[in-house]
Structure formats: structure tokens, C-alpha cells
Design a protein around this ligand. Structure first.
Ligand SMILES: Cc1cc2nc3c(=O)[nH]c(=O)nc-3n(C[C@H](O)[C@H](O)[C@H](O)COP(=O)(O)O)c2cc1C
Length: 334
């Protein structure tokens, strides 16, 4: 049970908090069901893309949420036919026995736990990205069922794999995917996101997409000038939905309040929110807090949920320009 204890410990890593404008929200990934965003996407695979995922405790759901903010895709959630099963109860007894049944007889349809009928046909897609938890070193059983039943429809298609585990390496999950989709054209790198890294899923999935789908990548970053006390700084704004909405509001002058000797903030700027937890924030980071508060950091911080808006490239003189109290800050397109 040493391994079991290890991955439980790693799955429950918490980070320390520092003060922020308002109490930070609790993370409830299971209440944060991925929806297809209508906003602009930074990456696009060739043709139509399907993201198929299974999630028991919400990590893969949060990963899909982050992934679909940077890639244009339809989303399919795989659901076990039997509801309410606790795969982790009694030392992971149910999850363990489901995996053992598949390992013992992988060619027998009866080895795979039933799933609910799926509402999207994999045949209609060119690229399929599988997002799955790891169970006892293998692919989680419900996702194995989906691929056992639908893998033949994925022949010749581009297949991406994103796996979340507490700590175990993902090579056996990659092998499961290749067994279940024998004629898939697998993207060379699978993405492994540990449970403790799910708060960085936006950055990790965006970086993976930019490597996996480089030919379609647009440079959607934008530059702005930020002026305080007569000194101008150049910032790069994210090509995300949030960044684009921010740009659309410019020019804008904000009366920003002081907090903690490291940040200036201003409420009342509602922008699309796609939060991740940030354990390290640096001077020059421009973040959205709580969906309507623009925060400009001039010192180190971290431990709260934010959506990144952008970053000042050269912070020389930033702390002096922002001063010790409230300050008027002008944001305009470069
Ligand atoms: C039945 C079961 C077995 C698991 N086995 C492992 C394991 O062998 N190694 C590991 O690192 N994590 C293991 N985990 C942890 C999950 O892989 C990890 O928490 C993952 O992020 C969960 O994704 P989800 O929240 O989308 O379900 C297991 C979890 C369950 C429920």
C-alpha cells in the first residue's frame, strides 16, 4: 500500500495563501463542467477535433476545461453506466478489480465496465484527443471501454493523449491507448499532468497544443502601453478570450488601489474568467481576479486563483511608478 499512500498524498498537495483583494474562491472542478467556449481559440488541429474525456474526481474535467479554451473542439464525456460507484473506496477496491478484469482478458468485451451511450460519433472527426485518469498504472476502466468500443472508428485519425495521475508514470496508459486504437496516428508526445499540476492545466495544455499543432498556430498576442506617474511600460496581452476582451476595452484608465506592497487592483472590469491557481506571481504580471478585478503586480505573490491577462516585459521602475498608495494607471493599445 506504499504506492497507494504516495499517490493519495500527492493528490492532496495544498499551497500556502497570501492576502488578496477578497477571499479566494474554493475550487470545485466537478461543478465546472467543460462547455464549448464561443471565444477565439489560439490553436486548431487539422479538420474537426473531438476531445473525449473521463473524470472520476474532477481533475481531467478541469484539464478539458483548460484545453478547450485554447483549441477548437467538440467535447464528449464518458460516463459509467452504473452511477454512484466509489472507485476509491476500500483501498480502491472497485477500481482495482475493474483494471484487473481488463488486464486478465483484454480481448473479451465482458471485461470492460458498461458506459452510457455516447452522443458523438468518432468517425466524424479528424483529430481525437483522449483525456483520461490513470488507474493502477493503466488507463481508467471507463475510458478503456469507450476506446474498446470505438477505437476502430479512429483508424487513420490523429490521436492525442493527455493523462492525469497522482504520481505514476503514464507509459502503460500510452500502451493501452495504442492497443485500443491500433491504427491511430498518435501524436508523438503524450501530455502527463499530475494531480498536483492541474492548477497549471491552462499553461500545460496551451504549450502542448502549440507543439502538437504548430502549423495552425496564430500569433494572437497583443501589445499595450501601461502608463503610471508619467512612465510608460510595454505589456504583452494573452491571445485568450480574456486578453482579447481586455484589449477591446482600451483605452482605459483605472484608479487602482494598493494592497500588500506588491499589487494594485481595481474592481469593475468584467472580463471572461478562466481561472487557474497560481502559486507564483511575479512583478509585471497582469491578472484578472474574481472575474472583474484587474490586478497589476509589482512584487512576488501567489496562492490564489486568477485568469492571466498579460505581462509587462521590462519592469524596471515599475514599483516606483506605481508608488505606495492608490494610483491612476492608463492602459492603451501600442
Ligand atoms: C481507482 C483509482 C486508481 C488510481 N491509481 C493510481 C495509481 O496507480 N497511480 C497514481 O499515480 N494515481 C492513481 N490514481 C489517482 C488518479 O490517477 C489521479 O488522482 C487523477 O488525477 C484523477 O483524475 P480524475 O480526477 O479526472 O478522476 C488512482 C485513482 C483511482 C480512482
Amino acid at each position: 500500500m506504499k504506492l497507494l499512500n504516495l499517490f493519495i498524498a500527492l493528490a492532496t498537495v495544498t499551497a500556502s495563501c497570501t492576502a488578496s483583494p477578497q477571499p479566494a474562491k474554493q475550487d470545485h472542478p466537478e461543478q465546472n463542467k467543460p462547455e464549448q467556449s464561443e471565444g477565439p481559440k489560439t490553436h486548431a488541429a487539422t479538420g474537426k477535433t473531438l476531445v473525449a474525456y473521463y473524470s472520476f474526481t474532477g481533475n481531467c474535467r478541469a484539464i478539458v476545461n483548460a484545453l478547450t479554451s485554447s483549441i477548437e473542439a467538440d467535447v464528449l464525456e464518458i460516463l459509467p453506466a452504473e452511477e454512484g460507484l466509489d472507485y476509491a473506496a476500500n483501498n480502491y477496491e472497485i477500481g482495482s478489480s475493474l483494471i484487473a478484469a481488463i488486464r486478465n482478458n483484454p480481448s473479451d468485451p465482458a471485461s470492460y465496465p458498461a458506459i452510457k451511450p455516447v452522443k458523438k460519433d468518432a468517425s466524424n472527426y479528424d483529430t481525437i484527443i483522449i483525456v483520461t485518469p490513470l488507474w493502477w498504472s493503466n488507463m481508467a476502466a471507463p475510458m478503456q471501454t469507450y476506446l474498446f468500443q470505438n477505437g476502430s472508428k479512429m483508424a487513420g485519425k490523429t490521436i492525442g493523449l493527455i493523462v492525469s495521475s497522482a504520481s505514476s508514470g503514464i507509459s502503460s496508459v500510452v500502451a493501452d491507448a495504442k492497443r485500443l486504437i491500433p491504427s491511430g496516428n498518435f501524436l508523438q508526445d503524450s501530455l502527463w499532468i499530475r494531480a498536483s499540476e492541474v492548477n497549471q492545466a491552462s499553461e500545460l495544455t496551451a504549450s502542448w497544443c502549440s507543439k502538437m499543432f504548430p502549423s495552425n498556430q496564430e500569433d494572437t498576442t497583443m501589445k499595450v502601453t501601461i502608463t503610471a506617474a508619467g512612465k510608460a511600460f510595454t505589456a504583452t496581452i494573452e491571445g485568450s478570450e480574456t486578453g482579447k476582451a481586455f484589449i477591446q476595452r482600451l483605452p482605459m484608465t483605472l484608479e487602482m488601489s494598493e494592497l500588500n506592497g506588491n499589487e494594485k487592483y481595481c474592481y469593475g472590469v468584467a472580463l471572461p474568467q478562466n481561472d487557474s491557481r497560481y502559486d507564483r506571481i511575479e512583478a509585471g504580471d497582469i491578472m484578472l481576479y474574481s472575474g472583474d478585478c484587474v490586478v497589476l503586480f509589482y512584487g512576488l505573490a501567489g496562492g490564489y486563483n486568477y485568469t492571466r491577462i498579460g505581462k509587462i516585459e521590462d519592469i524596471t521602475g515599475l514599483a516606483d511608478a506605481l508608488g505606495r498608495g492608490s494610483v491612476s494607471v492608463k492602459f492603451e493599445k501600442l
